[in-house]
Ligand binder design. Structure first.
Ligand SMILES: [Fe+2]
Length: 225
């Protein structure tokens, strides 16, 4: 007499969830959407960011992150209703990956931004040293700024390109201010002084740094206004 051996790998059948490791990662989809954004930039730094995002997406396909979902950042929660209307593919992908994104209040050294400035925006470092996916030589991620907020004039050694994914802002570089909305790419050369002011809606953007990416080169330029 014996018990029938259980099927060691039963067929999940139609409609069942894919087995672990085969599920499409919403993070990988986001990374590929951001790669498409930076592949269109036409600069070496954009090409490098696109390649890094694709490499990171491949790593996520092979080994989805095991870390528990972080709690949603307060600013993300506050802006959720406005972001739900986003139509840019990378913004839609960011919404789909919302629970997996490492949003935090600031990614710059504590002394460079005062507490009130920190409360104006949140960042989610996705690739780079110490980011969600460890990649050497560059930094890139997402950025969310409150409505009616000024991210004050600052500069850093890295050259930087933002991509507006939802909402709009007035972007100032070296005293010239231009309004940009979803789909725009805004480039800041190394050490260029820049600021960002939102209107009545929050702005979701992607950012990338290349060149000298040391955070300690970040500095405020003049008093916050
Ligand atoms: Fe910047």
């Amino acid at each position: 007499m014996h018990d029938p051996a259980p099927d060691p790998m039963p067929d999940p059948g139609p409609g069942s969830a894919p087995r672990s490791g085969t599920e499409a990662s919403p993070l990988a989809a986001l990374f590929r959407a951001l790669a498409d954004v930076y592949a269109a930039e036409g600069r070496a730094g954009g090409d490098a960011a696109a390649a890094a995002y694709r490499e990171a997406a491949g790593r996520l396909d092979a080994a989805p992150p095991a870390r528990p979902h972080p709690p949603l950042h307060l600013l993300v929660t506050e802006c959720r209703a406005a972001l739900a209307a986003a139509s840019h593919p990378a913004a839609r992908a960011a919404l789909a990956a919302e629970a997996l994104l490492p949003w935090r209040s600031s990614d710059v050294p504590g002394s460079a931004l005062n507490a009130s400035a920190r409360a104006l925006f949140a960042v989610a470092p996705l690739i780079g040293p110490g980011a969600l996916v460890e990649i050497a030589g560059l930094r890139a991620g997402l950025f969310l700024q409150r409505p009616e907020a000024l991210y004050p004039l600052h500069a850093h050694a890295a050259e930087e390109t933002y991509a507006v994914l939802h909402g709009a802002a007035d972007w100032t570089l070296d005293a010239v201010t231009t309004r940009h909305d979803a789909g725009a790419l805004i480039h800041h050369p190394a050490h260029g002084a820049h600021a960002t002011r939102t209107g009545p809606a929050p702005m979701l953007a992607a950012w990338r740094w290349s060149g000298d990416i040391r955070l300690e080169t970040y500095r405020m330029v003049g008093p916050a206004r």
